[in-house]
Design a protein around this ligand. Structure first.
Ligand code: PEP
Ligand code: MN
Length: 339
């Protein structure tokens, strides 16, 4: 249910409503608006009619049901787009399109620093790099783990770029959060509810990737898991879904951009690297994503893709990435955004 407060409601009115929501066994989430606050009351759907009684409280204008199964993620609760602060200089969800770039995996100090400097020079806003890698095969490179996090922190120190890196299980989530600016939940963990709840309790923005066989509704329900634990800073990342097509690694669902924009206030990020699996297709899909209204992109860049430990075939060399940035900037400007 959404409790819409009157424009002139006081803090005391609001606190009374919050208290009553808790007494009824629901979790209140306050969303501050320009002229009024709304309070989302989420919890077990079966007893929702008891919340209707809040309508008689002082300062309350109305109590309306949220029709979608996802609540906090829904536009019914919050119409204005959410702007998520990543660092002092970088926010996502506003007019600026945020580009995250870097290797699939952190491999060495030299590799991550060279890549960080190259993507920064090209105008990227955030560095990416996997330290804990969720690999399909147990025999593949599993990442440098904490050593990788330290190297990412070193690259941040040298370039000023905040970084995004993956969290693969609840046990190591706090360790990753000590270093990282953004916690990535990978496609393979998109419905790992214990992990989603864990990152929901941490105070770091989350980049949630869409699972390879997930509907948009399931995707939003996963975001809801994170948000219902108290962390509202969720970015939704479309990274391709599995279809009958084999010419590309996955089928990048660009229609997810307008569909998500219609249903949620959360920023939408596109990953054309995993979405196609082929460096030659990364540029056209990136340009299309900007034109379609994406708030951000996450792109794999490697100085020596032929020798990359993971995802070399879909990684751009720095020069190609820089050329793509210039083209994306032109499309962003034509769409009244910046990049
Ligand atoms: C990655 O970002 O390197 C990755 C493993 O992505 P996904 O979870 O989308 O496959
Ligand atoms: Mn990868």
């Amino acid at each position: 249910m959404i409790v819409v407060m009157k424009a002139g409601a006081t803090k005391k009115d609001r606190d009374e409503v919050l208290k009553r929501i808790r007494e009824l066994g629901y979790k209140p989430h306050v969303i501050h608006g320009e002229t009024r606050d709304v309070i989302g009351a989420v919890g077990d759907e079966r007893g929702k009619s008891v919340l209707q009684s809040l309508e008689s409280m002082h300062g309350v204008e109305s109590v309306v049901p949220i029709l979608q199964p996802y609540k906090l993620a829904s536009k019914e609760v919050k119409k204005a787009p959410s702007v998520i602060r990543i660092s002092e200089k970088v926010s996502i969800g506003g007019p600026q399109i945020v580009v995250m770039a870097g290797p699939c995996s952190v491999e060495s100090e030299r590799q991550i620093i060279e890549t960080a400097q190259a993507v920064k020079a090209a105008g990227a806003h955030v560095l990416r790099g996997g330290a804990f890698k969720p690999r399909t095969s147990p025999y593949s490179f599993q990442g440098l783990e904490e050593e990788g996090l330290k190297l990412l922190a070193r690259a941040r120190e040298l370039t000023g770029l905040p970084f995004v890196t993956e969290v693969v299980n609840p046990e190591t989530a706090e360790l990753v959060a000590e270093y990282a600016d953004i916690l990535q939940i990978g496609a393979r963990n998109a419905q790992n509810f214990a992990l989603l709840k864990k990152v929901g309790q941490l105070k770091r923005p989350v980049l949630l990737k869409r699972g390879m066989a997930m509907t948009i509704q399931e995707f939003l329900m996963s975001a809801e898991y994170v948000m219902s634990e108290g962390n509202q800073a969720v970015m939704l990342c479309e990274r391709g879904i599995r279809t009958f097509e084999t010419a590309t690694r996955n089928t990048l669902d660009l229609s997810a951009i307008p569909v998500l924009k219609e249903r949620t206030h959360l920023p939408v990020v596109i990953d054309p690297s995993h979405g196609t699996g082929n460096y030659r297709y990364v540029a056209p899909m990136s340009l299309a994503a900007v034109a379609a209204g994406a708030d951000g992109l996450i792109i794999e860049v490697h100085p020596d893709p032929e020798h990359a430990s993971s995802d070399g075939p879909q990684s751009l060399k720095p020069a190609k990435f820089a050329a793509l940035m210039a083209r994306m900037r032109a499309i962003a400007e034509a769409s009244e955004r910046t990049l």
